[in-house]
Unconditional design. Structure first.
Lengths: 285, 309
């Protein structure tokens, strides 16, 4: 049971970023490996606002979402937009190079020391004999609310419908009078904010350092693939699957192999059910 | 200075082999392999363990490395080659990370993060240090030249034409009765074997390998060599690798002018520059320094009936 809570905590960190990754994939049809880089940007933005500037963590989190939204929008504008229409492999290579640049910009500015948030110490909460740290409760609830909110936004609001229409067929949406560039920009900003949220949550649970980039990119992408690329709900479920798999590995093999879980899960999913849990087959080139 | 030049050339030779191998996979066949560093690492450790724990000679270690590379490449290819571009990239990237993690954790086999000490060198006994360095360089360059010769040959044969056809549109060679999957598998495995061989050369050159030698930056440098040189052009990869190693190693000489930055920042700055250049090249000159030669079929001029006048 304790393990399940740990798994949920991991899932809570991964879920927003996995939803963001899948959102970018559905809009532009490429796997953005800079996901880990953006999460790291979020973590450092929240840390800067929290520890040196002394703001409360919620303000740091909101700031991180803003900074990340800006970073993702900027990267889309400067790096990815001129390359629209190139093959998925090329964009993937570019996104890896980008995440490499982001990681090293962070290292350049902040150094390689491990950082942590300035949080008051709190005792654990006790539910039915289970000791759960208060931070974990916060992390899980905030992530759940955010993921549900984005799900609701995509499903029920006009802008969400527009976003899905553009993702499905941009030229058709254009013909029907949807402002495609605006809708795409909105999607990019939502994705950026989600990366920022993941970055803040990851900082609560783990240490913040530039190496976070790869450590977080693989499980995030694994979660999105397990859930089925293009399905935000699937990405959230995928995050829970990855969280469970990581905890099981840590319990039964060795905690040091947690990092390999994402890869093994991706390999299994691609072998057995390439479209993921909730995905539909995507025509790809 | 002499010793430094020999060291840079040796590293460049190893990168040339890696770049040529990746150019076969990506440039000719269109396989997006981000696991370059995984095969490189596997070859280095396989060779190191064979020579140190089992007292094989250097050539034995090299062979073990190549066989290991072939097996790993074959298995990974069987698992993932049916997947298209970006999924293959994800799986190979994960493979490289996993290999590094395993070698970092299984101390009994690899020495873990402390590293594996390799005493065997591809040199003759009883010579001076600098003579040894030249001998290692000669071995590495021989490897690079052999690889280049093999690749130039491969790219020019009908076999290479099939690979290029698969890259452009796999339906066309499939329609002509070529088994696309087998061709891709072969291309991937040959590339993996060469990468593992490069790993073996590297291991016996540096003599101490730790999993930290095999991180993503190495893969980025190899990718940059191929992209800058020109995907699909084998000579381009050689030039690309030389350019990249020169930029990377040469930027050390800039350190005195960057005295206001600490070592960590200088190293970060180098990687920022490398990543940015890679993105810029992809955007503005995707065909690289040496574009792939165009293969336009030679169509005999249609004979026109002479005009009567």
């Amino acid at each position: 049971m304790q393990m399940f809570i740990n798994a949920l905590a991991t899932a809570a960190i991964l879920a927003p970023a996995a939803v963001a990754f899948t959102l970018i994939f559905t809009l532009f049809r490429y796997a953005n490996f800079a996901a880990g880089g953006f999460v790291t940007v979020g973590a450092f933005a929240a840390w800067t606002l929290n520890a040196p500037l002394g703001l409360p963590l919620w303000a740091g989190g909101v700031g991180a979402m803003g900074v990340c939204a800006g970073a993702v929008a900027l990267s889309d504008r400067v790096v990815f937009r001129p390359l629209r229409g190139r093959s998925g492999g090329t964009l993937l290579l570019v996104s890896i190079a980008l995440s490499f640049v982001i990681e090293n910009i962070i290292r350049f500015c902040f150094g390689a020391q491990v950082k942590g948030f300035d949080l008051p110490l709190t005792g654990p909460m006790v539910f039915a004999g289970l000791r759960v740290p208060k931070e974990t409760v916060w992390v899980i609830s905030i992530s759940l609310i955010a993921t549900l909110a984005v799900g609701a936004l995509l499903t029920f609001t006009p802008i969400g419908r527009a976003l899905r229409a553009v993702a499905d067929n941009a030229s058709l949406a254009n013909v029907r009078g949807l402002p495609v560039p605006g809708v795409e920009a909105f999607g990019v900003i939502v994705a950026g904010a989600l990366f920022g949220l993941s970055g803040t949550l990851v900082g609560v649970d783990l240490a913040i350092d530039p190496n976070l980039n790869w450590a977080i990119a693989i499980p995030v992408i694994a979660a999105a693939i397990v859930g089925g690329l293009g399905s935000p709900l699937g990405a959230a479920i995928g995050a829970v699957v990855i969280g469970l798999a990581e905890e099981l590995t840590a319990a039964h093999f060795s905690p040091t192999y947690k990092g390999a879980v994402g890869f093994v899960v991706i390999a299994l999913v691609l072998l057995l059910r390439p479209q993921g849990l909730l995905g539909t087959k995507v025509e790809r080139k | 200075m002499d010793a430094y030049l020999v060291a840079i050339l040796t590293i460049a030779g190893i990168y040339i082999i890696l770049a040529l191998a990746l150019n076969l996979q990506f440039g000719l066949t269109g396989l997006v392999n981000f696991g370059v560093v995984g095969f490189f690492c596997l070859g280095a450790y396989a060779s190191g363990i064979a020579t140190e724990s089992f007292h094989a000679p250097f050539v034995g270690g090299l062979c073990v490395a190549m066989v290991t590379g072939a097996v790993a490449g074959g298995l990974l290819a069987l698992l993932s080659l049916r997947l298209s571009g970006d999924f293959l990239a994800i799986v190979t990237l994960g493979f490289a990370e996993t290999i590094r993690l395993i070698f970092n954790n299984e101390d009994w086999l690899t020495g873990g993060p402390k590293g594996l000490l390799i005493m065997t060198r591809p040199v003759l006994a009883d010579y001076s240090r600098s003579a040894n360095a030249w001998m290692v360089l000669a071995v590495v360059l021989t490897g690079a030249v052999l690889t280049l010769a093999l690749m130039l040959r491969l790219a020019g044969t009908p076999y290479g034409r099939v690979l290029r056809a698969i890259r452009e549109d796999e339906l066309v060679p499939a329609t002509l009765g070529k088994n696309v999957f087998v061709y891709r598998l072969q291309s991937f495995v040959i590339g993996s074997v060469l990468m593992a061989a490069a790993g073996s050369l590297y291991a016996h050159y540096v003599q101490t390998i730790t999993p930290d030698n095999f991180t993503t930056p190495v893969a980025i440098l190899v990718w940059m060599s191929v992209i800058v040189g020109g995907p699909g052009n084998m000579l381009g990869s050689v030039i690309g690798a030389l350019v990249v190693v020169t930029i990377y190693e040469g930027s050390r000489f800039l350190t005195p002018w960057l005295g206001f930055l600490d070592a960590e920042q200088v190293s970060a700055l180098r990687f920022i520059v490398i990543g940015t250049v890679l993105i810029l090249v992809i955007r503005f000159r995707p065909e690289g320094l040496l574009p792939e030669p165009k293969h336009t079929p030679v169509v005999p001029a249609t004979r026109r009936p002479a005009l009567k006048g």
